[in-house]
Design a protein around this ligand. Sequence first.
Ligand code: AMP
Ligand code: ZN
Length: 113
Amino acid sequence: MSCLFCKIIEKKILAKIIYEDEQVIAFEDINPQAPVHTLIIPRKHISTSLEIKQEDNALIGHMFQVANTIATNKNVAEKGFRLVMNCNRESGQTVFHIHLHLLAGRAMHWPPG
Ligand code: AMP
Ligand code: ZN
């Protein structure tokens, strides 16, 4: 498997992992776009959000719950945070293993760039 995030899951590539369980792992983005920029990914390789199947519904819900926990632990839940999942190239997706970006610690702009 040549997927970068699968290699992080397998610990063949080092990342600053801040949370892991049997379904997901979360680690700090290598090129943070905000004071808090954490990626939450499933252990299961799913290349884009278009590939999410009904059988993955609980997994996807769990990713959001983990994001909530991390936001709370990082003390950004009350002020606010942004969750982003890019899909395909025009959105800016560069790693084709789904990941939820948790962004916080500064005011976010809308519309997004
Ligand atoms: P996306 O553009 O939505 O596909 O997001 C991919 C994210 O992965 C970007 O924010 C990158 O900075 C981040 N990234 C790429 N390689 C690594 C790595 N080795 N460790 C941590 N984050 C990474
Ligand atoms: Zn993968």
